[in-house]
Design a protein around this ligand. Structure first.
Ligand SMILES: Nc1nc2c(ncn2[C@@H]2O[C@H](COP(=O)(O)OP(=O)(O)OP(=O)(O)O)[C@@H](O)[C@H]2O)c(=O)[nH]1
Ligand SMILES: [Mg+2]
Length: 565
């Protein structure tokens, strides 16, 4: 992809980072790509990755060189100006069009810039040996790597591709144009406008000035300045030169020397590219994330609770409480009837019996949590549909206002296949203890029932003994009386009657207690189901939102915008 065609406009003042800032911005862009994952458009990711690679490669090459590229239309005089600047006939100049097909480099200074030129894949290299009497204007040229590029507009398309490739890697862009082509709209759009924002590192050269009369030249120059300004390069320098007469060449050399001596052009260019990638990626990220903090308070947990069969479990818990309460506090003479009714928790394989494992407090529930499933009925299609609906609604809420790829990710996270959720729910029910301390009133009432039953039995035996003695005509001992009522009769009737009444009250208390037990276990089970919802449905959705936020913050940091990083 040709980055030059799509470059955004940037303000000059945006582009002046220190190497440390460039490092921070680069790292931020890298983190943004990691956080964004596959929710970043693959084409944009490739673009950003190629820029990151470029930054890595360029910053790894030491030497402090500045790469200045002469680019423009065929025949504008790039090679001629190159030779003027080098002071030697290095590049081929010809009346044939196009002439230059591969780039030529000239390197000033003591270092041959071998690694840099290898990286630029520029094979033709020339070392410039500066004369001792170099004037003050040349003071900044050590460190300059000047490139003569192929043209960008000839019929040879590979010329343009090669020029674009090298321009992409260059630090300073010198646009060479001439009286015939300076107004070519396509060249303005594709290059000067596309590279606007590199004003600090862009020079526009109007060459072949010798071919115009002074009036004509002035008119063309102001016309070119207007066009360049319209391209967004308001502060770009427009220099007038003639490679034939040498007019303006010292000024061009001076301007290049100034830029090279600042030694910041490479960082500025790289920072501008990082910024450019970050701004592009930022367009596919929202300014905020939807608030789904209340996701666990709503219909999702309700739906999961029904799907987990928890109403069935709770009904069994309540019934079990009543059953056990009656067994312990009921009228002893009818208790046996309860023993015949089925155990509701056992039927669901949820009865928390102690196992004879010797381990402390291990219940069958704990073991089944590892080994298998409860016998809860599977969720009905309606319950399943309610879970799907609640999950989808959560996903839609989480994705609302997010760009499409993020919205899709949020919905996918909420509505992943829910087999694991069904299992997790079953396990959550199994792991939840249905046990609770035996109420004290069971023991007290149970004891009283024992006492009353014993009294009734004693009364019965006593009366029986009296009856037998009467029948045998034996003299009966005096039967103690409470008022008009003999003790044995009081014991029998009182024991039976009070026991019956106590049993009746116990049943009423068991109904109330059963409801309380049900509410308590309901709380536990709801917590367990809430945890399943959190782990399996809400957390993945939250993760998407957290990734989205991190991506945005990192992109803002990469582009130099304020960030909460
Ligand atoms: N009159 C005049 N002719 C020039 C000037 N600069 C270059 N030329 C001539 O224009 C023709 C093209 O010059 P080059 O330097 O080869 O142009 P180029 O931009 O390198 O062309 P390509 O390599 O095809 O892209 C040559 O015949 C040069 O002699 C100038 O300032 N004035
Ligand atoms: Mg040339």
């Amino acid at each position: 992809m040709n980055l030059l065609r799509t470059r955004n406009r940037r303000r000059k003042s945006d582009v002046a980072p220190t190497p440390e800032e460039l490092g921070t911005h680069t790292e931020a862009l890298r983190q943004a790509l990691a956080a964004g994952g596959d929710r970043i458009d693959p084409t944009e990711r490739r673009l950003a990755t190629s820029i990151l690679n470029k930054v890595d490669e360029r910053t790894a090459i030491a030497g402090g060189h500045t790469v200045v590229a002469l680019a423009g239309a065929t025949g504008s005089g790039k090679s001629s100006l190159f030779n003027q600047l080098v002071g030697d006939e290095v590049a081929e100049v010809d009346a044939r069009r196009p002439t230059t097909s591969t780039p030529t480099a000239a390197v000033w200074g003591s270092s041959p810039a071998t690694r840099l030129l290898d990286w630029l894949s520029v094979g033709t290299r020339h070392r410039v040996v500066e004369p001792d009497h170099a004037d003050a204007d040349d003071a900044g040229l050590p460190g300059l790597v000047l490139l003569d590029l192929p043209d960008v507009d000839s019929t040879a398309t590979d010329h343009r591709a090669e020029a674009d490739r090298v321009l992409e890697l260059s630090d300073i862009f010198v646009w060479v144009t001439d009286p015939q082509k300076y107004a070519d709209a396509r060249l303005h759009d594709d290059y000067i406008r596309a590279l606007a924002g590199h004003a600090a590192t862009t020079l526009v050269v109007f060459n072949q000035a010798d071919r115009l009369t002074p009036e004509h030249l002035a008119a063309c120059r102001s016309d070119l300045m207007r066009l360049v300004s319209e391209d967004g390069e308001r502060e770009a320098q427009v220099l007038v030169t003639s490679a034939r007469t040498g007019l303006g060449v010292p000024e061009l050399r001076h301007q290049i020397a100034l830029a090279v001596s600042r030694r910041t052009a490479a960082y500025e260019r790289l920072a501008a590219d990082i910024r450019y990638a970050a701004i592009r990626l930022r367009k596919a990220v929202s300014d905020s994330e939807p608030d789904v903090e209340d996701a666990l308070d709503g219909p999702l947990v309700d739906a999961l609770t029904r799907a987990a069969g928890i109403p069935t479990v709770l009904a069994a818990v309540e019934k079990d409480y009543r059953r056990e309460a009656w067994a312990r506090t009921g009228w002893p003479f009818t208790r046996w009837a309860h023993a015949l009714s089925p155990d509701p928790l056992k039927r669901l394989r949820l009865r928390p019996e102690k196992l004879d494992t010797g381990g402390p407090g291990i219940t069958t529930a704990d073991v089944r949590a590892v080994l298998g499933r409860s016998s809860l009925p599977p969720p009905t299609p309606a319950a399943r549909a309610a879970v799907d609906l609640a999950a989808r609604e959560l996903g839609e809420r989480a994705g609302a206002g997010l760009p499409p790829r993020w919205a899709d990710a949020a919905e996918d996270a909420a509505t992943r296949p829910h087999e694991d959720v069904a299992d997790a729910l079953d396990q959550a029910v199994l792991r939840t203890s249905l046990r609770a301390d035996k109420p004290l009133w069971w023991t007290i009432v149970g004891l009283w029932q024992g006492v009353l039953a014993a009294a009734a039995v004693i009364g019965l035996v006593w009366l029986g003994a009296l009856a037998v003695m009467g029948w045998l005509r034996l003299p009966a001992p005096r039967t103690p009386m409470l008022g008009p009522v003999p003790y044995p009769t009081l014991l029998l009737v009182g024991g039976l009657a009070l026991g019956f009444v106590l049993g009746f009250l116990g049943r009423a208390a068991a109904r109330v207690g059963g409801r309380r037990r049900r509410d308590m276990i309901a709380g536990r089970l709801r917590d367990a189901v809430t945890e399943v919802a959190r782990v399996h449905i809400v957390a993945p959705v939250m993760q998407v939102l957290a990734d989205h936020r991190l991506t945005r913050e990192r992109l803002d940091a990469a582009s130099g915008r304020s960030s909460q990083a």
